[in-house]
Design a protein. Structure first.
Length: 317
């Protein structure tokens, strides 16, 4: 089977196709024939040699990135109870050190996967890491409650457009920050208001909120502190600027929490159910063939993507 591997840390050109044997599932594992893999900012960050996953894997190159997959179970190891050959599944796999999603098959523990009944495989691949990041940022770290007001930065992005829907489903009032071209899109997801992040006075336009979910970091994250009401908090997801935003928050006596998403099968199953019941939807910006993974990395590093980017394995529309 083909895998797209990081052969050295650097620009997207370091991604190369390699043909390797299919793995054999061990106790509690299954092999999934992957149809789609999700592309996330952490993939590009790791490929560039930045962050914890890169530091831990620097002596293990070539290394196959990718944490989001959807496909069909094709083999089971001993002790597998919940999944059968032929089941349609998705999951956040191998996080954060093993990876392996950018390939035509992957061997994972059955506990990493959720069955799909009606959800399309492409949507299943787009969901796990982005959906869980939004979910955990809002509810685990942000402690968002019904009736509260939340500001979501990059509300039209892969994580942001899902977070808008999770917050609305929980009964919160959502204000989004996005480019003007995406305002109607974000409003259509349920946001009460959407503001232009280019506007110099956007924090004043937002007003006071109970929670900020910062998916941008840097100066935007610092600016958003002006919106946090007394007793509120800001959750910042980009790790590279988290400490600087925490320091800026401390100067204002505002609680700032960084976060790292973690696998959560129960929450993933709840999100799948919400999507299958029509209570939310996933926007897929573009799907690239596996061999064009470098183009997907260029696109995600350029930013301003509405929704999610996917890799498609050969033979799957």
């Amino acid at each position: 089977m083909n895998q797209l591997q990081i052969t050295a840390f650097g620009d997207p050109s370091v991604l190369r196709l390699a043909n390797v044997p299919d793995g054999e599932p061990a106790e509690g594992q299954v092999r999934v024939r992957v149809h789609y893999a999700g592309v996330n900012p952490i993939d590009a960050k790791t490929r560039a040699g930045l962050g914890w996953a890169a530091a831990q894997n620097k002596d293990k190159l070539p290394w196959t990135p990718g944490y989001d997959v959807a496909g069909i179970v094709e083999a089971r190891g001993p002790g597998v109870c919940e999944l059968a050959v032929g089941d349609r599944v998705c999951g956040m796999v191998g996080f954060p050190l093993r990876g392996g999603g950018y390939g035509e098959s992957v061997v994972v523990g059955e506990t990493e996967l959720v069955k799909l009944e009606r959800l399309e495989l492409a949507q299943g691949a787009a969901l796990p890491l982005a959906g869980l990041t939004g979910w955990q940022g809002l509810f685990e770290h942000g402690e968002l409650l019904a009736g509260q007001r939340v500001l979501i930065l990059a509300a039209a992005g892969g994580v942001g457009h899902l977070a808008v829907q999770w917050a609305c489903a929980a009964g919160a009032e959502v204000v989004g920050l996005a480019s003007p071209a995406n305002h109607d899109f974000v409003l259509g997801l349920g946001a009460k208001a959407v503001l232009d992040y280019h506007a110099p006075d956007w924090p004043a336009q937002v007003g006071a909120v109970d929670l900020v979910l910062d998916l941008v970091g840097g100066e935007s994250g610092k600016q958003a502190l002006a919106c946090v009401k007394s007793g509120g908090r800001l959750i910042t997801v980009p790790t590279l600027t988290a400490e600087a935003i925490k320091a800026a928050g401390a100067e204002r006596s505002i609680e700032v929490r960084g976060m790292l998403v973690h696998p959560d099968k129960s929450a993933l199953a709840r999100m799948v159910a919400l999507l299958e019941q029509g209570g939310a939807r996933i926007e897929i910006a573009h799907t690239f063939p596996l061999a064009e993974g470098a183009l997907a990395h260029q696109a995600i590093e350029a930013g301003h993507t509405r929704g999610k980017l996917l890799l498609r394995m050969d033979g799957h529309a």
